[in-house]
Design a protein around this ligand. Sequence first.
Ligand code: NAI
Length: 287
Amino acid sequence: MKIKKVCVIGGGLMGRQIALNTAIYSYEVTLTDSNPDVHDAVAKWEEEYLAGRIAKGRMTEEQVAGIKSRFHIVSTLEEAAKDADLVIEAIVEVEDIKRELFRKLSALTREDTIIATNSSRMCASLFKDEVKNPARFANLHYFNPALVMKLTEVVQGEHCSSETAETLMEFSRSTGKTPVLLKREIEGFIANRLLNALKNEARYLVENGYCTIEDVDTASENGLGHPMGPFRLEDLTGIDLTYNIMMRTYEKTGEKPIGFELVKSYYDKGFYGKKNGRGYYDYSQKK
Ligand code: NAI
């Protein structure tokens, strides 16, 4: 099956970048969001981003005109999903809201339309009963910033056909991405599982007094060649975010995740990371 028209639902951090990246690679794209304010915000962001590409000499006026003509921000789900060959869901990470959306999408799309979720945590099989054709339903997971990061993860649950998985792999390649295929579903997929394993070990070493935060980052950067050690990276993504995720796990399982006390000690002091000047490292003196 040849994908021609792509619909992206959700115009937040991820959805807008996935949509624009897709339009850059010559696909017709419709994007919608349940919050009308987001439509204006995406239009403004698109305008600024593309103007920046021209200013930097990365795109010509002609290329930008082409991208704009293919990128359509529309007000309703009906309009967005109409005639779509592929729908990429990138809305809030809330199970019930996603469930409701898949139900609606299923009614609005063709039997052979592929529906993909960009969820960073939830596997497609969780929602397979909401769609009319589970064989054409999968995870297609992008990384932030989606306009830049090359990796996508395609997850083929038991309900999903190999043809669908292969179509998503091919679609990813055709939009400048390097996809990997998971032949079985597993939460966290590949890259985030690897990262979590590293973060867990890093916290374990520090919490148990084997070494300092700085030592872990130095080892990771200088010994493993990682561009940024796990603590420096967490200062960017936000210690508050990590704490909230850990807290949810704790509440759900009754077990404290590895490194919980270490993360909590920074969270309790209000050290959230680079965004407020102090995380594992002090950024207050640097601009
Ligand atoms: P975000 O909060 O920036 O954007 C979500 C958007 O969905 C909002 O604009 C909201 O108005 C819209 N929305 C909510 N309910 C809707 C509905 N029923 N219909 C249409 N639009 C609706 O979230 P973000 O960060 O873009 O994440 C979106 C998805 O991408 C989540 O599933 C997340 O797990 C996943 N993801 C996030 C990454 C990240 O680094 N932020 C990385 C990879 C995946």
